[in-house]
Design a protein around this ligand. Structure first.
Ligand SMILES: Cc1cc2nc3c(=O)[nH]c(=O)nc-3n(C[C@H](O)[C@H](O)[C@H](O)COP(=O)(O)O)c2cc1C
Length: 210
């Protein structure tokens, strides 16, 4: 099935019906995010998959009571590294060399360049850089969900500092960036279900230089 067809099918569901998404489909949605490209391949983020209702209730309160957080099947929290440490960068390149069966130190030149560039940024800029990678992976996860005909709802509307505290992210060197509740649309109670998708016209967005 075409990805365009799936993207036309999807919408940011505002109310889900509580039906469970299979573990197999949740794994595929997460796998799409794992396979997303990231700057230098560092994958500076983690995902936390929450099904615990008590915890969902607490996050609901930190998300301006947005219903999707409560009625989703799984709530996926996307969290970025709060900074790029040499440890984190070394860990990635060690893994890279092992996976590709390269001689240890093979990527040192490139690694040193990446380290120098990233660690010269302020801590906030480092987090923002990592967060940008999260958005790419997040989009892949939403696209895979749509391809599976699982609904999802992209969400930036929550209190990140409070959520970081609740999930003990600081101790893990993480900061929350986005929420992705997944489930199935509530056809009766979601006012958005039957509304036309609104997008700018292509000729207002794309310019060809020949
Ligand atoms: C990064 C991001 C954050 C968003 N945050 C919220 C949110 O917190 N609550 C919400 O109801 N919708 C949220 N949306 C949904 C957008 O409003 C929606 O995607 C947009 O209006 C286009 O509509 P569609 O996704 O239904 O096609 C968010 C979308 C994105 C991409």
């Amino acid at each position: 099935m075409s990805i365009i067809e799936s993207l036309n099918w999807r919408y940011a569901a505002k109310k889900l019906n509580g039906e469970k998404v299979s573990d197999e489909n949740v794994s595929k949605i997460i796998e799409a995010a794992r396979l997303a490209p990231t700057s230098s391949g560092l994958q500076p983020f983690e995902m936390v998959v929450i099904t615990n209702q008590e915890l969902k209730e607490k996050i609901h309160k930190l998300s301006f009571n947005q219903s999707q957080v409560l009625d989703c099947s799984h709530l996926i929290v996307f969290a970025a590294w709060d900074h790029y440490s040499l440890d984190r960068i070394n860990h990635y390149f060690d893994h890279y060399e092992t996976e590709r069966k390269l001689e240890k130190g093979f990527s040192d030149g490139y690694k040193n360049g990446v380290s120098k560039h990233l660690t010269a940024l302020t801590t906030e800029q480092q987090f923002e850089h990592a967060a940008r990678q999260v958005y790419i992976a997040f989009a892949f996860a939403m696209a895979e969900a749509a391809a599976l005909r699982v609904d999802s709802s992209p969400m930036e509307g929550f209190l990140p500092n409070e959520l970081d505290e609740l999930l003990n992210f600081k101790a893990q060197g993480l900061r929350s960036v986005l929420l992705l509740p997944v489930g199935y649309r509530d056809e009766t109670n979601d006012w958005q279900v039957h509304l036309k998708k609104v997008r700018k016209h292509t000729n207002h967005m794309v310019h060809y230089i020949k």
